[in-house]
Design a protein around this ligand. Sequence first.
Ligand SMILES: [Zn+2]
Length: 271
Amino acid sequence: MDLDLSPYFSEALRDYKSPSQIARNVTEKWAKDNLYCPKCGSQLKQHRNNTEVYDFFCDHSNQEFLLFPTPLEEFQLKSTKSFPCNGFPTKILGSGYDAALRRLDGGMFPSLILLHYERKAEEVRDGMLIHRLSIPPSSIRPRKPLSNSARREGWRGYEIIMHGIPYVGRIPFIEEGKVTEKETVLAKWKYVENIMEGTPNDRSWRSEIMLIVDKLPPSFTLQDVYSQESNLRNLYPRNFHIRDKIRQQLQVLRDKGHIKFVGNGRYQKSA
Ligand SMILES: [Zn+2]
């Protein structure tokens, strides 16, 4: 993986004028030449422009990806540079809320590729994959619909809230200019597929419980998780067995080795 964007910039600057078109062109071409499928390791392919909602795909293992490139903020907070933020914005803007929800319900929402690049140095700085199975419906929110005068009336964009995605689903492949070993990325991808096994509804619950566990210390109690019951009730107003659901999902996480039960209602996160 070569992080140098300069050949792509010189080409794009010749062909385009608008900064957003240049950015799109540069990052897409770079991604096409450099990115591999995190499931099987083979080269990703790019859809022809405007023909598909997914930017990239792998035809070996039937994976779809959306690319979200952002220029690096010059005055970035140090605290947001490392995991789980890796310097990426807290919200990712997408288009077509209703279609996105339908795809999510049908288990067809694509995985995301987040890219950070430095315009001046013409270099990719950070890259993170978001595994589609780890994206719960609660992390996708509608934006204000377009006004009546807009071309497509009532059409709504969406935003993906980064802090609504459990840590396990965020897989860095470039961190501050350092490329992660491919084997590590593939192993993490596989880990998510195992831990997020189940129906879309199962996965949604598991993500919510993992989000709670992410924020707890390495050793925690069942009571700590129960203390978030009211948030879960807001998310699942028609479910009257929230505590049963919590215990069920903790058990799945334990069976899959993500947490350990150490007795007396106490759990330990696996390393
Ligand atoms: Zn693949």
